[in-house]
Design a protein around this ligand. Structure first.
Ligand code: ZN
Length: 319
């Protein structure tokens, strides 16, 4: 196991390098190498960062071939099947976008390839962290501009990611099943969509049919910034609290995009160029149990479990 020291604003911390052979077992068993909470799966900021990273290389490019390299690991789910997707060669990627926590590759036939990174999936336009976990390669017709990549890759260590080819109707159906994008929600949207659920607000924020894109990490950060208790029933939020929630959603997600997402101690998430994000240096509560709250400077951050997931919060600042 390799260990390196990482300088963070809050002091020096260990980081275990999980890409070494020795730690392979940790990945496959689903156990993070060193973390007090579950592995962080890509949420809106991480997927948005991936999409912004690959878009200049992929949008408008003609696909020469789609390859599924041999992989001895747990295979990713491919819908309807690999053969159907391979027949997309010859088409052009007309749009690269994000839908909640999914990346969208639209083709000139208006069919859509939906890539869901789930736990450890990455979209890359540079050499991946390992070759044995490479799942899909889109080979493009070589570009005249030398700085553009000629391949897009989907890499997934644990193999929980999915690739789906959807018809325009199927894609419209998926859009309808999801709530509006979290960054496009308004205070009125939050009020309306939370009104019918008595679940705790933290749990409701994870429900992709209410708003799309928020996951476990950013839900804790958002509620801390909004000063809202994660236990508060969602339907009890009104007026100023709804306003604060909406502002906190925008602030936290926008800042996280600016810092290219969060790469935690498990080292899983990387941007399209196989580099760490840096928003983990700006987390105020996530995975900070026992630390002093950076807002009030007095109370220690607590961890509770809600719907089988860890929630981190400050009992003084969040009511
Ligand atoms: Zn506090």
């Amino acid at each position: 196991m390799n260990v390196e020291f990482v300088a963070e604003p809050r002091g020096i911390r260990f980081r275990l390098l999980c890409f070494s052979q020795n730690s392979e077992k940790n990945w496959d068993s689903g156990q993070p190498c060193f973390s007090r909470s579950a592995p962080h799966m890509p949420e809106l900021p991480e997927v948005e960062t991936m999409v912004r990273g690959i878009r200049p290389h992929c949008q408008g490019r003609r696909i020469d071939a789609i390859e599924f390299p041999p992989c001895s690991r747990k295979p990713i789910s491919v819908t309807p099947d690999r053969r159907s997707i391979s027949t997309l060669a010859g088409q052009t990627l007309t749009r690269v976008d994000r839908l909640g926590k999914r990346a969208i590759l639209e083709l000139d036939s208006r069919s859509v390839l939906v890539v869901e990174p789930r736990m450890t999936g990455l979209l890359l336009v540079t050499a991946p962290p390992t070759t044995e976990h490479l799942r899909v390669i889109w080979h493009f017709r070589p570009a005249a501009e030398p700085h553009l990549a000629d391949e897009l890759m989907f890499w997934d260590r644990r193999g929980l990611g999915t690739l789906s080819l959807l018809t325009p109707d199927q894609y419209a159906g998926l859009q309808q099943r999801l709530g509006p994008d979290a960054l496009k929600m308004t205070p009125a949207d939050w009020q309306n969509r939370l009104a019918s659920t008595g679940r705790p607000i933290k749990v409701a924020l994870l429900d992709q049919t209410i708003a799309a894109g928020i996951g476990n990490l950013y839900a804790s950060e958002i509620l801390h910034r909004a000063g809202i208790s994660p236990r508060r029933p969602a339907q009890n939020l009104s007026g100023p609290r709804i306003e604060k929630l909406n502002q906190a959603v925008r602030h936290v997600l926008t800042e996280a995009i600016r810092f290219e997402g969060s790469t935690l101690n498990d080292g899983t998430y990387r941007n399209a160029l196989n580099q760490d994000g840096s928003f983990q240096n700006h987390h105020r509560v996530y995975d900070r149990e026992g630390d002093v709250c950076p807002t009030c400077g007095q109370t220690t951050i607590r961890r509770i479990v809600q719907a089988q997931r860890s929630t981190f919060y400050c009992p003084s600042c969040q009511k």
